[in-house]
Ligand binder design. Structure first.
Ligand code: SF4
Length: 280
């Protein structure tokens, strides 16, 4: 049995909120550089240069990479042999968000009620997802999700007869409808199967995967590559100015589903793909 104190959780969440906002992940930076090398449209190259320069300025001057510093989504993988002491884990995470957004000078973007829309002024609460896993490790991943891209995400309940072609059509249609709005180049998270809610959760969580990795299942790895090619052909390009670098990656995750359904969720992530993880 491992014991983790809530004060340590708060400290790490605060650190991750600040670092995620300032430092673009290495895999995203590499993918942007590769795209810059491979896109033959001059305007694409120039915009990707600007995006890379923005990342470099944010890193060296320790300022936010984008003005929309997002709503925090946390994934908590808690080993069944972990004991949390000193308080409630959810309060500890929200306190880390509160301190991180204050001390990191990050924009507070959360409203307390979706209709009344009063800013909570500390970017809390986070959206927290829990998973109980075997073992005695506690892993917390946080993502700062901007809403320019979140707003372009979609979910549909296809009929089983729509099949693979229906899935591809929905994904491509979602990217095309989004156009320049989610600040491309984007990362396309796809959840297929499960239920209405599980498909959305898969689409969100798969965005935490490294951009260097393809699906472990060869069929879905091929589907990811095929969709990447088709999205490039849409010609939206970086920031919507044309070119083939519309998506850095398509990443798919799946779950068994019901005989009568085929849920598909597409969660769009902009190139400000800010996430960090810590393991206790
Ligand atoms: S979509 Fe992403 S890059 Fe664009 S404003 Fe929002 S957080 Fe920033």
């Amino acid at each position: 049995m491992k014991t983790v104190h809530v004060n340590d959780i708060t400290k790490e969440v605060k650190r991750m909120c600040i670092e995620a906002a300032y430092f673009l992940p290495e895999d995203v930076r590499r993918a942007l550089e590769n795209a810059r090398e491979n896109d033959d449209w001059q305007l694409s190259k120039e915009i990707l240069d600007q995006i890379l320069l923005n990342g470099e300025i944010a890193r060296t001057e320790e300022v936010a990479y984008c003005q929309d510093t997002g709503m925090v989504v946390a994934f908590v993988d808690i080993g069944q042999d972990v004991h949390i002491e000193g308080g409630y884990i959810e309060d500890a995470i929200n306190e880390g968000v509160r301190q991180g957004y204050e001390e990191g000078f990050l924009r507070k973007s959360v409203v307390s009620d979706p209709i009344e829309r009063v800013n909570t002024k500390d970017n809390t609460p986070a959206v927290i997802n829990y998973k109980v896993v075997p073992g005695d490790e506690l892993k917390i991943t946080i993502a700062a999700k901007g809403f320019g891209s979140e707003n372009m995400s979609r979910l549909t309940m296809l009929r089983p007869a729509d099949g693979l072609e229906g899935v591809k059509k929905f994904i491509l249609e979602t990217v095309e409808l989004a156009g320049p709005n989610p600040c491309p180049p984007i990362i396309v998270g796809v959840g297929i199967g499960g239920t209405f809610d599980r498909a959305a959760a898969l689409a969100k969580r798969v965005l935490m995967r490294s951009l260097d990795d393809y699906n472990e299942n060869a069929f879905y790895a091929d589907l990811e590559k095929e969709l990447e090619g088709k999205i490039a052909d849409l010609g939206i390009g970086p920031q919507g100015f044309g070119g083939k670098t519309t998506a850095l990656r398509v990443m798919i995750d799946t779950y068994p589903t019901h005989i009568a359904g085929l849920p598909v969720a597409v969660n769009i992530q902009c190139h400000a793909a800010r996430h960090k993880e810590v393991i206790f």
